[in-house]
Write a protein that binds this ligand. Structure first.
Ligand code: ARG
Length: 451
């Protein structure tokens, strides 16, 4: 192992030799945590203002720090900032740039603060912002689904249990089932936001600080609901990120179910729907192919999100208090799961309005498989028969239909009456798909206050 001599560490004081070059690369996080630069600068600005308010820094010092931070922000946005792996992470890159720009005043920014409360603050700010974006994407997808549900409210399809034809339903009814799944995901997401939106600033390394800092001030500046309560807990736990990963895992599980159905429905064997060409790809060898890649990929990407949840849980498991470097490993899974969820929600919200229903095929499929058998049983119950007996009678009628290769609605009144004398002419009203759908309870979505 070789030594890297050309270093400018912010913590180098007690060290007598340079960091090994491999260790420098191994311990650095700047390649991925630079994504937090906006939050890091916002957190530093709030901290600096608080130091002035508490009389720890002068007004002039703080104004230099704030100007310096803003010039760094702009340079990073303009891709005009040199990131250094030797400076390990986003925090030390920005702090070192500040001192090189404004001189020794820059060295005062870190008064009463540690990278431990700094990074916890950055991640919470980042996660909060992403939660708000994800919430908007869920709402966008829900309105897309609502649009399809309204358009297809009377499009009849077979409803399935065990993937066997069960009872007729409408395509709109089916879309509203997806809508409801997302409604619960939305609630879980916003519930998680409450525990994310707390300010760890002031916990410092783990034990707080000797300076007369004002934690309420920094919390307020950064739009947090309140400061966190225990300093050791504040710098160490990433349960809020695990909660987001749990939310994301459940959401992706839902999207994987939707995807599985879209994939089935576009197959020649079902042929219930068509996806627009722009959401599909072809095969390099089979000219006839049009593959539902987008739903397939969403289904596939569910695996990586579930994996990230397990990574984060395992990362946190058994960590003693307080901060441990292990926690640096929280970022890549967290970032990737956020990116994945946003892409999948976006893809779905663009794709769903463009789904077209092959109504005739769906209708024909619903007519096969004796989907109105339950309606016939209910009809007999209404005429006075006990449900178990009605079940038996209808079972026999279905067996007869199967043997004749005819649907229940295609049997004659006389044939049906062989199974029960209670059956009269009005039976055909319940044996049709329309009659069956008519008795379904259609519940419209409850209006939701999303402030
Ligand atoms: N890069 C670190 C992380 O992501 C920042 C905190 C480091 N703190 C420390 N004492 N080494 O967690």
């Amino acid at each position: 192992m070789s030594n890297n001599k050309d270093q400018n560490k912010l913590w180098g004081g007690r060290f007598t030799e340079a960091t090994d070059a491999f260790v420098q690369r191994f311990t650095a996080s700047v390649d991925f945590d630079r994504r937090l630069f906006q939050q890091d600068i916002d957190g530093s600005a709030a901290h600096a203002k608080m130091l002035a308010k508490a009389g720890i820094l002068t007004a002039d010092e703080v104004s230099q720090i704030l100007d310096g931070l803003e010039s760094i922000r702009q340079d990073i946005i303009d891709d005009n900032f040199e990131w250094s792996v030797a400076l390990e992470d986003v925090h030390m890159n920005i702090e070192a740039a500040l001192t090189s720009r404004i001189g020794d005043v820059g060295k005062k920014l870190h008064t009463g603060r540690s990278r431990n409360d700094q990074v916890a603050t950055d991640i919470r700010l980042y996660v909060r912002g992403e939660i708000d974006l994800i919430a908007q994407l869920i709402t966008k997808l829900q309105s897309a689904l609502l649009g399809v549900a309204e358009r297809e409210a009377s499009t009849i399809m077979p409803g399935f249990t065990h993937l066997q034809t069960a009872q007729p339903v409408s395509f709109g009814h089916h879309m509203m089932a997806w809508y409801e799944m997302l409604d619960r995901d939305y609630d879980r997401l916003l519930d998680c936001r409450k525990r994310v939106n707390l300010s760890p600033l002031g916990a410092a390394a783990l034990a707080g600080t000797t300076y007369p800092i004002d934690r309420n001030f920094t919390a307020e500046q950064l739009g947090f609901d309140a400061p966190t309560k225990n300093s050791l807990d504040s710098v160490s736990d990433r349960d809020f990120a695990i909660e987001l990963a749990s939310f994301a895992s459940i959401l992706m599980m839902h999207l994987s179910r939707c995807s599985e159905e879209l994939v089935l429905w576009t197959s020649a064997q079902f042929n219930f729907i068509d996806l627009p060409d722009r959401f599909c790809t072809g095969s390099s060898i089979m000219p006839q192919k049009k593959n539902p890649d987008v739903p397939e990929l969403v289904r596939g990407k569910t695996g990586r999100v579930h994996g990230h949840l397990v990574s984060l849980l395992t990362l946190m498991k058994s960590q003693p208090l307080a901060y441990n470097k292990d926690n640096q490993e929280d970022k890549e899974p967290l970032f990737d799961l956020i990116d994945t969820v946003k892409d999948c929600l976006f893809a779905y919200s663009e794709m769903m309005p463009a789904v077209s229903c092959n109504k005739d095929e769906m209708y024909a499929a619903a007519k096969q498989g004796y989907a109105t058998a339950t309606d016939l049983a209910d009809y007999l119950v209404k005429k006075g028969m006990a449900f178990r007996d009605a079940h038996e009678v209808v079972g026999k009628s279905v067996a007869f239909g199967i043997q004749q290769k005819r649907d229940l609605a295609d049997l004659s009144l006389a044939e049906l009456q062989n199974f029960s004398g209670l059956i009269t002419e009005d039976v055909f009203e319940v044996l049709t798909l329309e009659g069956s759908i008519g008795c379904l309870l259609y519940t419209s979505p409850s209006p939701r206050d999303r402030g």
